[in-house]
Design a protein around this ligand. Structure first.
Ligand code: SF4
Length: 262
């Protein structure tokens, strides 16, 4: 039986952390290839791609960035780009006028204050035009190897469904979840949770019956629980020849012995 909302409400912080870490391990087993799905070769490319990913898919961003970076290959070129020309390139990503403005202004910030380079510090990144903590952590974690949590809509929705936190504010979510995991795991945790949100725990119809963390999730039953029907809802690729683990690994929450952290 999955854990109930009542059991989660009565959890100690230690029990919640242990449950969260078990869920992370199960997610890591389900999505061992979880990674940043934006294509990039430099921190600047990732920074710009992340800004462009607002209100669209990473797949769509990946379609326009090769043209964007071929035409304007560095911060100076991006800052001085012809507005109308860049708008045409970014049009498929939606909100292309605002995104053009953001790319030009943040590139101008980089040229004026950071010699055209992307700074590897959260405190600096969030001073750039249109760059918040979420974007900064994407860049730090994936381009510089500095771990951090990417609290996007998928991440916030899932950690609340998981009963890891009740916070709604992204910064409070970030701090609450970061306190439950070793810092070195935070980037990988972001990827695993976001992959789960995109492939299994969908916003409208989660595939609960094919979910690797169902037994630890108080929201089990929010979506389809019939295993076959749930499998049909999965929107992710399995490695060739792989099968879905069923049931998910690990003991039930009430079988977890007291004591140290797993
Ligand atoms: S798919 Fe269902 S069981 Fe799995 S995490 Fe989402 S709400 Fe919980």
């Amino acid at each position: 039986m999955p854990i109930s909302a009542r059991q989660v409400a009565a959890e100690t912080p230690l029990a919640r952390t242990r449950r969260a870490r078990r869920m992370f391990r199960a997610l890591r087993e389900r999505y061992p290839y979880a990674h940043c799905e934006l294509d990039f070769t430099t921190p600047l490319e990732l920074l710009v791609a992340t800004v462009l990913s607002a209100q669209t898919t990473d797949v769509m961003v990946n379609k326009v960035t090769p043209t964007l970076f071929a035409r304007w290959p560095d911060a100076e070129a991006l800052a001085g780009a012809d507005r109308a020309e860049m708008e045409e390139v970014l049009r498929p990503t939606g909100f292309f006028r605002a995104k053009t403005e953001s790319v030009r202004r943040l590139s101008a910030d980089l040229v004026e204050r950071f010699d055209g380079q992307v700074p590897p510090r959260l405190a600096d990144l969030v001073t750039l035009h249109g760059v918040g903590r979420k974007t900064a952590h994407v860049v730090l974690g994936n381009a510089f190897g500095i771990p951090g949590l990417t609290v996007d809509t998928h991440f916030g929705r899932l950690v609340r469904r998981f009963g890891w936190t009740t916070e709604e504010d992204p910064v409070k979510v970030e701090h609450a979840i970061a306190a439950m995991f070793p810092r070195r795991d935070l980037t990988e945790l972001s990827h695993a949770v976001i992959f789960h949100g995109r492939r299994t725990c969908h916003a409208r119809r989660p595939a609960c019956g094919a979910c690797p963390v169902a037994r630890w999730c108080p929201s089990y039953g929010l979506g389809e629980t019939d295993p076959d029907a749930a499998r049909a809802l999965l929107t992710y690729e399995l490695a060739p020849g792989a099968v879905l683990p069923d049931p998910p690994p690990g003991p039930l929450p009430d079988e977890v012995p007291s004591g140290g952290m797993p």
